[in-house]
Design a protein around this ligand. Structure first.
Ligand code: AVI
Length: 323
């Protein structure tokens, strides 16, 4: 019985992955959802991307946090219930937690149970006085928050890493409207937002010389081979990252080098030579553009911190006192 209980979510996950993959690959312009990058192999490759010389977002955001975490904590205020979306290893959060005044509790929310529990355990050892309430969930759907032992003065959602850039504009607005509901009147949203810049810098950041981002992108095909009975030949696809100026985003693609047929769970998929699968959008905002987007979700940008070159921003937003 225990084995069955353990097995059920895996099967469900496979069914969802298969349905999403087939839906995307049957479209005239083939796509795959970028959330499927992050299996164990993809997460390892993503950690390597974060340390690449070309991939500026991680170290720039960390620099901003190191310089301004005290001021960010002041904005969040004392006795805050801090909820983190897509918490992963919670590295950036520690910089905030070290400075927050008497946080009511910390609620890391992540879809990956193993990652979440390992990070929560490590945090419990380092912050023995802090109540940590991990929630294994997809934060793009409404998340029911656990009740902390101590009443919170307010709620705040922390969403670092510029993952908001991986959503469509409509998706980002919907996510932020959900945050506004989650934190309630007067609640806060602290978010990492990558900024528009020289396209050459951007294209290098998403197509590094060591080929780590290419391996990360191609791993999506390898993952379908492993989990969905697919037979993608990785040598017949190549990684491409391109700046789309009209949409202000980097697009990642897997381009078919030849005309070919691939099978996925018994379904035949045809590729023309040069035809691509779009695997990710990474939107880059101007400060004014992001403020407009936030307003559409009912949130107001109150404070923005950037690095001196204005490559990246961490933004503090508030929900109105009465929603
Ligand atoms: C997770 N996300 C913010 C990364 C980005 O920059 O859009 C994912 C990534 N894709 C390629 N490199 C990094």
């Amino acid at each position: 019985m225990a084995a069955l209980l353990k097995q059920a979510p895996r099967d469900l996950e496979r069914e969802r992955f298969l349905a999403d993959a087939l839906a995307g690959l049957r479209q005239a312009h083939k796509t795959l959802p970028c959330k499927y990058f992050y299996d164990a192999e993809g997460s390892k490759l993503f950690d390597q991307i974060c340390a690449l010389p070309e991939y500026y977002p991680t170290r720039t955001e960390l620099g901003i946090l190191r310089a301004h975490a005290a001021e960010m904590a002041q904005h969040l205020g004392p006795e805050t219930l801090l909820v983190e979306y897509g918490s992963g290893s919670s590295v950036k959060t520690r910089l905030l937690l070290d400075r927050l005044a008497r946080p009511a509790a910390y609620v890391p929310v992540d879809i990956s149970r193993e990652h979440l529990l390992a990070a929560a355990l490590a945090l419990r050892l380092d912050y023995p006085g802090l109540e940590i309430l991990p929630v294994c969930a997809d934060f793009t759907a409404p998340v029911a928050l656990p009740k902390p032992r101590r009443a919170a003065a307010r709620r705040a959602v922390y969403f670092p890493g510029s993952t908001i850039g991986n959503f469509s504009e409509a998706g980002a607005v919907a996510l932020m409207a959900g945050v506004a509901r989650q934190v309630g009147p007067g609640g806060a949203f602290l978010v990492g937002v990558d900024l528009a810049k020289d396209p050459r810098v951007l294209e290098r950041a998403y197509d590094d010389a060591a080929g780590v981002t290419a391996a990360f992108n191609l791993n999506l095909l390898a993952r379908m081979n492993r989990e969905l009975d697919a037979d993608f030949d990785l040598r017949r696809f190549r990684h491409r990252a391109v700046w789309a100026p009209g949409a202000s985003r980097i697009e990642m693609h897997l381009v078919s080098e030849v005309e070919q047929v691939v099978h996925l769970d018994g379904v035949e998929l045809r590729f023309e030579r040069g035809e691509s699968i779009c695997t990710e959008h990474s939107h880059k905002y101007t400060l004014a553009g992001f403020a407009r987007l936030a307003r559409r979700a009912g949130l107001a940008v109150r404070r923005v911190w950037t690095d001196p070159a204005e490559r990246f921003s961490v933004q503090y937003l508030e929900a109105p006192a009465r929603l």
